[in-house]
Every structure is written in C-alpha cells, then in structure tokens.
Design a protein around this ligand. Structure first.
Ligand code: KG4
Ligand code: ZN
Length: 341
C-alpha cells in the first residue's frame, strides 16, 4: 500500500472581524482552530469598523498564532507550509494576516499558499465528508452570495451572484432596522422561531434567474415597519424576523433548485456564515429529499463563520496543486475565486 506523506499546514485568516489561526493535517484533520472574535467591539458601533478591525487584528495575531501552535503541540518548523487568506475582504484586515504569513514563511523557509476566502468556506465541507464533483456550492456570507459550480477539484465557476447586497448583509441590515444588536443574522434566526411569517414581503426578482438580490427586500421591511407605525399598529418583531427569513431563504432555495435542474451535480454543499442559519439547514434537509441522487453536506457550525481551519482545508488542495505565492504577494480586497473568468 502506498503511504502518502502527511501535509500539515498552518493557516491564517483575518479578512473581516475574526483573527484566526489553525493547524490542519491533510486538509481534513483539525489539530487546532483558534478564533479571536471582535464582535463585542463592533457591536458597540452597530457594524464592523474597518480601521478598528485592523488595529485589533494587529493586537491579536501573534497571540492567536502562538495559541494555535500550542494547542496543536507543534512549532512552525514542523509545518509543511503557511496558508493564508489573500482576499477578498477588508484590505487593512487582510494586510495583517498576509504580513504574518509572509514573516513566518520567510523566517522558517516555508512555502506560502495563497487562499481565496470563499474557497475556504466551500472546503470547510471537507471536514464532514469527501467532496464529489461536479459539485454545487451555495456560498452565503456577510459579503457574498454565490452559486458556484465546481466541475472538478479547485475549479470554481460562479453561475449566480448577488446584484446588490449579500444575504448576510441583508440579515444584518434588517437586524439594525429591528434594533437588534450586530450581527443581526444569528438574532433573526433565533427570534424567527418564536414568530410566524405573517407579513407579506415581495419576492426578490433578478434578470438572470440564478442571480440574487436582497436590497429590495431590506427596503420592503423598512417600508412595512413605517406603514405599521403610520397606522398606529404594533410591530411584532418575531413575526417580522420570520417573514424576512422565509422570503430571503425562499429566494435562495429557488435558485438552488433551478441550478440543480440545469446542471447535473453529484453533491450540494452549503458554505459561509449564513450556512449556520438553523432554518436554512432545515430547508436543505427537507428539500433534498426530492433529489436523492444528489448527496449534500452541511458544514459543522464551528466551520460556517470565519475561521482558519477552512483556509487550511482549501490550502491543502492548493498545496497539492502546486499553488504557491512569492514573498512579494499582497492582499487583494476583491480577489476572485481561481478559475473565475
Ligand atoms: O462568513 P462570515 O463569518 O463572514 C463573511 O465572510 O462575511 O459570515 C458572517 C455573516 C453575517 O452577516 C452574519 O449575520 C451571518 O453570517 N450569520 C447568520 C447566522 N450566523 C451568522 N445569518 C443568519 N443566521 C445565522 N444563524
Ligand atoms: Zn467568510
């Protein structure tokens, strides 16, 4: 039997408001996964303040890296490479992780593996089971909403994207309208369980049937609330959460169904922070009964929101494909997925 050599990567992620470092073996085994969240600070401002985010990354990055190495019980000299998020994200935040990765790579003579953040979200599914191609990924985060068709490993083809706001962004904006603390997504998810989708909101429409749009839905929620106020009617926040959520997730699922009809895929995977949504997870289980020929994976909750283990998972595939960065590599705030034309 051929024994493959283990590949252990140190992975760094700092694209938004989490400073994260992980040690991942063979893209599947998480030896450590440390995340320092800044949510408490940004909650004070009702959203992520980019300058504040970069400053906190600078304060946290060394501690997070040391902790990840300590928990994994190894030193940088033991790893086979340093994977890091090159983009997309907040440029100041990205810089911190990129610089840390370059410094370690240079000091310890390790290869540098650049990773596109969304590919990390997709490959987080590899912690649950083997990815099977052709694969359809529904990437739903605070910054992105994309349907990605992967004919093979590490080949990303965006077949649907948002024309305006990302779905997570819509959750957070509606959360703000409803006076819920940042980030609104998890709070709306929780409150929606106590409410009923009784408020009728318009279904988002797009020219390209596989594209998404969420800014109109957010405005419709605002208009609905204003109308209730004008009429002296009481708003039931839980009902509004349920109404918004059902409409937003309904729009997501319609596109997934359409893509499943158009493309013959072997697997569907969820990816990104909104994949943590309990109702979306329920919808996937329920609706996929109609597609028994398509396997599906829902990533574990700990791997949905930003973390570095997922960067290690994607970085492992990139490493095996010989993808390397030079020491002159820079962060790229609008980096696209590899394979995207
Ligand atoms: O992937 P992520 O951690 O960061 C980005 O790459 O954007 O996603 C963060 C987004 C936020 O908009 C947050 O509100 C949303 O994911 N989110 C949720 C839930 N948990 C996080 N949205 C809906 N329901 C949830 N349970
Ligand atoms: Zn993310």
């Amino acid at each position: 039997m051929k024994m493959e050599k283990d590949v252990t990567l140190l992975a760094i992620e700092s694209s938004c408001d989490e400073t994260a470092c992980a040690v991942v073996r063979n893209g599947r085994e998480i030896l450590s996964n440390v995340v320092a969240s800044q949510i408490d600070v940004h909650t004070l401002y009702g959203g992520v303040v980019p300058e504040v985010a970069s400053r906190i990354h600078v304060e946290n990055i060394s501690v997070v890296i040391s902790e990840a190495l300590k928990q994994a019980g190894i030193s940088v000299s033991d790893v086979d490479g340093i994977a890091f998020t090159q983009g997309p994200g907040l440029i100041g935040s990205l810089h911190v992780g990129v610089l840390a990765a370059k410094t370690l790579a240079l000091a310890y003579h390790k290869p540098l593996i650049p990773v596109q953040h969304l590919t990390g979200h997709i490959y987080a599914n590899a912690f649950v089971g083997e990815l099977k191609f052709p694969l359809l990924a529904l990437v739903v985060s605070g910054g992105h909403t994309e349907l990605v068709l992967m004919k093979e490993d590490y080949d990303f083809n965006v077949i649907g994207t948002t024309n305006d706001d990302a779905v997570g962004e819509a959750y957070d904006k509606v959360g703000r309208v409803l006076n819920l603390p940042y980030p609104g997504g998890p709070k709306i998810d929780k409150l929606a369980k106590e409410g009923k989708p009784v408020y009728r909101l318009p279904k988002p429409k797009t020219e390209n049937e596989l594209d998404f749009s969420f800014s109109g839905l957010k405005s419709a929620v605002m208009q609905y609330i204003n109308r209730l106020e004008r009429n002296g009617e009481q708003l039931n926040v839980a009902d509004m959460c349920a109404s918004f959520q059902e409409t937003a997730l309904g729009a997501l699922w319609e596109r997934v169904e359409l893509a499943l009809q158009r493309y013959e895929v072997r697997q569907l995977v969820l990816a990104g922070g909104v994949a943590a949504n309990s109702r979306l997870r329920e919808i996937v289980v329920e609706k996929m009964r109609k597609h028994p020929q398509v396997k599906y994976i829902i990533p574990p909750l700990s791997c949905c929101t930003d973390n570095a283990a997922m960067i290690g998972a994607s970085g492992y595939v990139a490493y095996n494909k010989g993808i390397r960065a030079g020491y002159d590599i820079a962060a790229d705030a609008s980096l696209e997925m590899p394979g995207t034309e």
